[in-house]
Design a protein around this ligand. Structure first.
Ligand SMILES: CC(C)(COP(=O)(O)OP(=O)(O)OC[C@H]1O[C@@H](n2cnc3c(N)ncnc32)[C@H](O)[C@@H]1OP(=O)(O)O)[C@@H](O)C(=O)NCCC(=O)NCCS
Length: 309
């Protein structure tokens, strides 16, 4: 009997779906070892500490898919005000194209609807792009993943006359939140507070009475990661980046460094390239809902990571 291609695909999907019996459950600390394997298979940079922080920041918005008592997929939602950030959507290779990604998206959209979320954002891979488009997400712009290694980076010893730079401390919290909210458009206070507590003194602030820029960094699974990174002018940005590269170099002279930066504002990309970083990968920023986030893109040099803006 002749079966059209679309019917054949439908039957194949039903057949595959019947073969996997899965449950969607809350993601907990106990899932981290298997989650590390999932993301290691993709070469991603998150650490055990990152997953713990994600659980804390997501509250109830973290899900896993379990098949035969093993972790088969993950998905996190970070909510700030009326905005949700969708992240860590990973389906284990052997279970792909069986509707699990779709089921996690449905669960996430329902979770957001129940909480009155009016805007969902994400930084997506090319592989996930058709999935997100299928759920009505639209393109907003691109992000670049910049990589560099200490030995191959050009940085002078930081010396910027008239600009005060100091190592970050938890005492800078209020000043950081003020400039960060201006740049990002909505407060990231909970995330920044947690980063400052988890990685004390790993970063710098610029400015004297008022903070005119800040940068944080942390060790990752394979690279140090710089971000969030906000500066009110290229001069501050340059000084903060140089101080950070120097500081990472003091910790590890062979360190790899990665930075996720929005590509809609060219000054950030040019700064990283001038220092010897290369854009090795691009992600797509997508949104669904009323895109009313009004930050100052020219001040946002790096995201905290590709997971949560
Ligand atoms: C992207 C990903 C989550 C999709 O999960 P999945 O369980 O395979 O997706 P589903 O089976 O539910 O697919 C739903 C629909 O999305 C689209 N889709 C999913 N993967 C696709 C692919 N590789 N190419 C084209 N379309 C795809 C299709 O329209 C698919 O429907 P169909 O199978 O009826 O054609 C999975 O491939 C993955 O984990 N990739 C690696 C990690 C990653 O990039 N995550 C995204 C982070 S932003």
């Amino acid at each position: 009997m002749f079966i059209r291609q679309s019917e054949a695909r439908f039957l194949e999907r039903r057949f595959c779906a019947q073969q996997v019996n899965y449950k969607i459950l809350p993601f907990t600390d106990y899932d981290i070892p298997e989650a590390m394997e999932l993301k290691n298979a993709l070469g991603w940079n998150q650490t055990v500490a990152d997953w713990k922080r994600f659980i804390y920041l997501a509250g109830g918005g973290c899900f896993k898919v379990v098949i035969d008592n093993h972790l088969a997929a993950t998905c996190f939602l970070f909510i700030r005000d009326h905005i949700a950030w969708l992240a860590m959507v990973i389906v284990k290779e052997e279970y792909k194209r069986r509707g699990i990604g779709r089921a996690l998206m449905e669960k996430s959209l329902e979770y957001c609807k129940d909480r009155g979320i009016t805007l969902i954002k994400l930084d997506g891979t090319r592989e996930a792009y058709p999935l997100y488009r299928g759920f009505g997400f639209l393109d907003e712009g691109e992000l670049g993943m910049f990589k560099g290694r200490i030995g191959g980076l050009n940085y002078a010893r930081p010396h910027t006359p008239g600009l005060k730079l100091k190592q970050v401390s938890v005492k800078d919290f209020d000043g950081i939140i003020s400039i960060d909210t201006e740049a990002f458009g909505v407060s990231r206070a909970t995330m920044i507070e947690r980063l400052l507590l988890d990685y004390p003194e790993r970063g710098f602030v610029a400015g004297e009475k008022e903070i005119s820029g800040y940068i944080l960094f942390k060790p990752g699974h394979h690279s140090y990661q710089i971000g969030p990174f906000v500066a009110s002018s290229p001069r501050e940005a340059n000084a903060l980046l140089e101080a950070t590269i120097e500081r990472i170099g003091m910790e590890n002279r062979e360190a790899d460094i990665c930075i996720f930066s929005p590509l809609n504002y060219q000054a950030a990309a040019r700064l990283f390239e001038r220092k010897g970083f290369t854009c090795v990968r691009r992600l797509i920023r997508m949104y669904k809902g009323k895109n009313m986030l009004r930050g100052r893109a020219e001040m946002l040099y790096a995201l905290s990571g590709p997971e949560k803006g």
